[in-house]
Design a protein around this ligand. Structure first.
Ligand code: UD1
Ligand code: CA
Length: 471
């Protein structure tokens, strides 16, 4: 934003008592990102590179999750109210001249454009404090904006402290404000905690400023959802529902077919190419990227994975896996971290792949475990193949060359190498390397006893005959 003398403070020290959680409220996720990070992103996109995050309850956890690069931190040891929380950030703002944007840490749907509008209105109006408000049909739980006969804001009353008449006011305080820094430095330290709850309310700045003859502006926002505050788990679900819909709509408008929006969950940072089809029950999480013309689902969960174009994933789980163009997996495949399927590779039902690369066109079609392996192109791994990669202490590698053929139900005891074009007979236990184009048997040699069963049956019959004629 222009002018640049803009600082930002996010209040996230509160206990979040109503969440009934061990986790600090700000770390509860909405569509895969902690609430406080949603707020942080909005604040940064409004031009504040490194907002001050006020932490307290569970503060270390928040700091670990949010990192030191994108936030400065102020600590509020005891949660004495929102006014006290902002006071804790003032030390870091000492000497700052300009405007201070203040947001709660529990408004995950917040967008940078809202903050920009608020800051612009504040600067145009030249007030000491500008408040973002919304008119709600059901204002319960929020602070109400109390205006005098000239419609000037004179007070914000908290829901729990409001009289019957005040409760009827539908214009609520969203908890987003811009302050002229000088007004903040002068009046914030004068707030008291003389209310029913013994808290320092930031909202009391309104009265302090009004009493000092300063002007207070409001910007009334129409979109009710965007400023929604989350205080309990149900509101968390409601915020997630609104955000989920917005994310689905965005992808859908970008050319993604979502067959059943009600059962499709897409994280905020997921990217999807056009003409990709998401079947019902698809969950895409984290830094997942899908190319064009993929078909995903039904009943599939993909986390932090990268898929090229034309990939198919049917009823499978992927976590930190990579699928190159035209590769396929499922039904019931489990691609674990480090699984890489080359172009046109195929992984079928009940196959688990971990930390392994499959070359282009390689096929692992049924009932197989591949761990810590490098498999070349156009290899064929038969049903029931197991790489024995773990000896109880260390992991070992299996290397399989291009065009190799591993017969069904083989056990490859790593470390071991199967050369290019080599063949492993079905049912083998392979403990020694197999050279290029060699054939390896690692099983007991078959023996056939000609007519043995016929003789044996004949014998048994004769025994029985002898017994019965003896009685
Ligand atoms: C607050 C406002 C209310 C407004 C609502 C909007 C006050 C007194 N009330 O109420 O007018 O309608 O937000 O959603 O400000 N926090 C701290 N330290 C504290 C207390 C709170 O950092 O000691 C933080 C919380 O972590 C939270 C934010 O401040 O992110 C708001 O606190 P919360 O308890 O959720 O206030 P509300 O009751 O929602
Ligand atoms: Ca709140």
């Amino acid at each position: 934003m222009q002018g640049s003398s803009l600082a930002g403070v996010i209040l996230a020290a509160g206990k979040g008592t109503r969440m009934k959680s061990d986790l600090p409220k700000g770390l509860h996720s909405v569509c895969g990102l902690p609430m406080v990070e949603h707020v942080g992103r909005a604040v940064r996109s409004a031009g504040i590179d490194r907002p001050i995050l006020v932490i307290g309850h569970g503060g270390e956890l928040i700091r670990q999750a949010c990192g030191d690069e994108q936030y400065a931190y102020a600590v509020q040891e005891d949660q004495l109210g929102t006014g006290h929380a902002l006071l804790m950030a003032l030390e870091q703002l000492r000497g700052f001249e300009g405007d201070v944007l203040v947001t709660p840490g529990d408004t995950p749907l917040l967008e940078g454009s809202v903050l920009q509008r608020l800051v612009e209105a504040h600067r145009e109006g030249g007030a000491a404090m500008t408040i973002a408000t919304v008119e709600l049909d059901d204002p319960s739980g929020y602070g109400r904006i109390i205006r005098d006969g000239n419609l000037s804001v004179v007070h914000i009353v908290e829901d729990r402290d409001a009289t019957h008449d005040e409760k009827l006011v539908r214009e609520i305080n969203s908890g987003l404000y811009v302050f002229r820094s000088s007004a903040l430095f002068e009046h914030l330290p004068t707030l008291n905690n003389l209310n029913n709850h013994g808290e320092y309310y930031l909202t009391d700045m309104v009265r302090a400023l009004a009493d000092a003859g300063e002007r207070i502006d409001t910007v009334v926002f129409q979109d009710r959802g965007i400023l929604m505050g989350v205080n309990d788990r149900w509101q968390l679900s409601e915020a997630a529902k609104l955000m989920r819909e917005a994310i689905l709509r965005r992808h859908s408008r970008n050319g993604v077919s979502i067959l059943d929006p009600a059962s499709t969950f897409i994280g905020v940072d997921v990217e999807i190419g056009h003409d990709t089809i998401l079947e019902p029950g698809t969950i895409l999480e984290g830094r997942t990227r899908l190319g064009d013309r993929c078909v995903i689902g039904p009943f599939t969960k993909i986390t932090d994975s990268t898929l090229g174009d034309r990939c198919t994933v049917l009823m499978s789980h992927l976590n930190r896996a990579t699928m190159e163009d035209g590769s396929r997996c499922g039904p019931y495949a489990n691609l674990r971290p480090g699984a890489v399927l080359g172009t046109e590779a195929k992984v079928g039902n009940f196959v688990e792949i971990k930390n392994s690369q499959l070359g282009a066109g390689t096929s692992v079609s049924h009932l197989t475990y591949i761990g810590d392996a490098v498999i070349g192109a156009k290899a064929n791994i038969g049903a029931g193949t197991i790489t024995c990669n773990y000896d109880g202490y260390q992991k070992h590698r299996t290397v399989i060359g291009d065009g190799a053929f591993v017969g069904s139900n083989s056990t490859l005891v790593a470390p071991v190498t199967i050369g290019r074009g080599a063949m492993v007979a079905a049912g083998s236990v392979i403990t020694k390397d197999v050279g290029e184009n060699d054939l390896a048997f690692g099983r007991a040699k078959q023996e056939v006893k000609i007519q043995w069963v016929a003789h044996w049956r004949e014998q048994k019959l004769q025994q029985r005959h002898a017994q019965t004629s003896g009685t």
